[in-house]
Design a protein around this ligand. Structure first.
Ligand code: 5GP
Length: 266
């Protein structure tokens, strides 16, 4: 009898300890401010390919950007996509009036990166005022929503930067430092891939040129120009958690590219 009671007691203790370990594991990243992600994508966009689509583009208040790749963002990412949490399931299920099929579909949704990690931490322009000139030159907005690049940076900070574990100044300085290390346009030009409105290039030659010059294999994303031709749009460089070291991109990407792509003039 006593042994049985002790066994139940031991079981309860073990279960409580297990729960405590799980709770600590879940809470630790929040308490310690440790950001939960595996690597960054430094994403750079080719302005020619942003502008010659059906949507078009607008130049920022600071004028036409240089014909260089511009930063789109520095995005914390997971090495392996995860099932989205139950919150999302309920939200979307309500929107689609809760049919079983819809709920099943939603339950299979994946989350491949963290986003909007701290709504109470909006970008404060004075925090990055010493970086503004460099950001204007290297991270210009091309969207017609507004000519103010600061709005683009605020959006990127809110959605991605707040999940980076970095402070605001540190985050933007890290992105600029990474971009400064290599000029993607110069790397492509050295490989004979120059902006042209007629020429097309092997996607593999673009990937190989960037991998050779930077020491790390990138992911590539394409879009379509106004007449439907496939063109290189964005280069994703993978960066380790310290935001300092380029690493090979391991995750295959559905980048909408073809074997041959264009690089339009800007
Ligand atoms: P994300 O791809 O980071 O989720 O969203 C980019 C957001 O920034 C969109 O709302 C887009 O309209 C806005 N945006 C402002 N300027 C630019 C730009 O130059 N390039 C891109 N891709 N998005 C921009």
């Amino acid at each position: 009898m006593l042994t049985a009671r002790r066994r139940v007691g031991n079981f309860a203790l073990a279960a409580t300890m297990k729960l405590a370990v799980i709770a600590v594991a879940l809470l630790l990243p929040l308490v310690a401010g440790v950001a939960d992600f595996d690597f960054f994508y430094l994403v750079q966009q080719w302005p020619g390919s942003f502008c010659d689509t059906q949507t078009g583009c607008c130049f920022p208040d600071t004028g036409k950007p240089a014909p260089e790749f511009g930063i789109h963002g520095l995005w914390p990412n997971y090495a392996k996509c995860r099932a989205a949490g139950p919150e999302l399931v309920e939200d979307v299920a309500m929107v689609v009036d809760g049919t079983t099929a819809a709920v099943d579909a939603v339950e299979r949704r994946q989350k491949c990166w963290p986003e909007n990690c701290d709504d109470r931490n909006p970008l404060k322009p004075w925090e990055i005022k010493d970086l503004v000139a460099e950001l204007d030159a290297n991270w210009p907005t091309l969207s017609c929503k507004s000519g103010r690049s600061m709005e683009f940076w605020s959006y990127e900070w809110k959605k991605h930067g707040t999940c980076s574990g970095m402070g605001q100044h540190e985050y933007f300085a890290a992105a600029l430092e990474l971009k400064k290390r290599h000029s993607l346009a110069a790397i492509l030009a050295d490989a004979g891939v120059v902006p042209s409105d007629n020429e097309s290039y092997f996607l593999s030659s673009i990937r190989d040129a960037i991998a050779g010059a930077t020491g790390a294999v990138p992911n590539l994303e394409c879009n379509r120009d106004a007449s439907g031709e496939t063109q290189l749009f964005q280069v994703y460089q993978c960066v380790d958690r310290s935001a300092k070291k380029l690493v090979d991109c391991q995750l295959p990407m559905q980048g909408k590219c073809r074997d041959r792509v264009k690089l339009p003039t800007f």
